[in-house]
Ligand binder design. Structure first.
Ligand code: GDP
Length: 303
């Protein structure tokens, strides 16, 4: 299946490392655990999470008197799963409005894959949910962002509301909200500027957008999705932490998972932010976006 194939790089590198580790040790000992810790850290699982997982594994090994390193892979999967999945709210589903327009704000730094992800998401929502989708070119700051989104929209045959480059993003969003309401659209996906280097402005801009959205759609925005480039590893995590201080993030889209051996970033995000990863990007094409499946992901890491 495509999902598994796309994650091959991160899964294969992790699982081949822990299997090679198991093959080198006849018995589990302290050095074995040191090496296991290193492998987890190299996969960008995040130091806190690594400590938690390894502690849990050590407990289990002692309790069950396990000697064979090969027997440990299942325990790793199990512990990762328990630590990650014990929150029932960690859902990957989009929170659609029942009787109103659903507004989805997309945030993230330039280059993370925001514009591409908007197109992929619009395509997915249209074709898999059968909903009527409109997009708004709210990133009036990055040169070319408006045209890039408009071009995707054109290819998808959906409307893209846009203003002038350098113009007020909130007025673009306002126009889009009016048009989406008037046209009976189900979902409006809004691009925003990713100026993390100017946090005060970014915060003000997002606050204004949120105010304007609430005036038209009281429950909105139903989602604020943060787009993070998985290949940036721990930097991506720091960005996510910064964004979560600026605005309420309801979910994360991890892009470029096809190009990284550091799939552990997902566990790190959970540990640092407790925000669900809702989608993962697995390429540059329109259908290279998948709903994140935790079970499959963790199982894939260790098998
Ligand atoms: P933005 O500045 O955040 O809007 O980023 P773009 O959407 O323009 O994407 C930046 C680059 O990353 C483009 O070349 C995209 O094709 C590429 N890209 C986006 N998502 C993915 C992904 O999941 N996998 C890969 N390999 N490339 C991606």
């Amino acid at each position: 299946e495509k999902y598994v194939a796309g994650l091959d790089k991160s899964s294969a590198s992790f699982s081949s490392k822990i299997n090679a580790l198991a093959a080198r040790y006849r018995e589990i000992n302290d050095e074995y655990f040191d090496e296991l810790e290193n492998i987890l850290i190299m996969s960008d699982v995040g130091v806190n999470m690594v400590m938690k997982i390894v502690d849990e594994i050590k407990k289990e090994v002692r309790l069950e008197n396990i000697k064979d390193p090969h027997a440990i892979n299942d325990i790793i999967v199990d512990k990762m799963f328990v630590i990650y999945a014990n929150d029932s709210y960690m859902t990957t589903k989009i929170n659609y409005a029942e009787n109103d327009l659903t507004v989805i704000l997309m945030v993230g730094v330039n280059g993370a894959g925001k514009t591409t992800t908007i197109a992929k998401l619009a395509n997915k929502i249209m074709h898999e949910e059968g909903k009527k989708v409109m997009v708004a070119a709210g990133d009036t700051f990055r040169a070319g962002a408006i045209e890039q989104l408009a071009e995707w929209a054109n290819r998808l045959n959906i409307p893209c509301v846009k203003g002038k480059e350098g113009g007020d993003p909130s007025s673009v969003i306002f126009d889009a909200l009016e048009q989406a309401k008037a046209g009976g659209y189900d979902v409006l996906i809004c691009d925003t500027a990713g100026r993390l280097q100017n946090k005060v402005n970014l915060m003000k801009e997002l606050e204004k957008m949120n105010r304007i959205i609430k005036r038209v759609v009281p429950e909105g925005p139903q989602e604020t999705l943060l787009v993070v480039d998985a290949t940036t590893g721990q930097n991506g995590i720091s960005q996510a932490v910064e964004f979560s201080k600026i605005t309420d993030i309801t979910g994360i889209v991890l892009t470029k998972m096809d190009g990284t051996a550091k799939g552990g970033i997902i566990l790190s995000i959970k540990d640092m932010l407790n925000i669900p990863v809702k989608f993962i990007g697995l390429g540059e094409k329109i259908d290279d976006l998948q709903e994140f499946d935790l079970e499959q992901y963790i199982y894939g890491l260790c098998n």
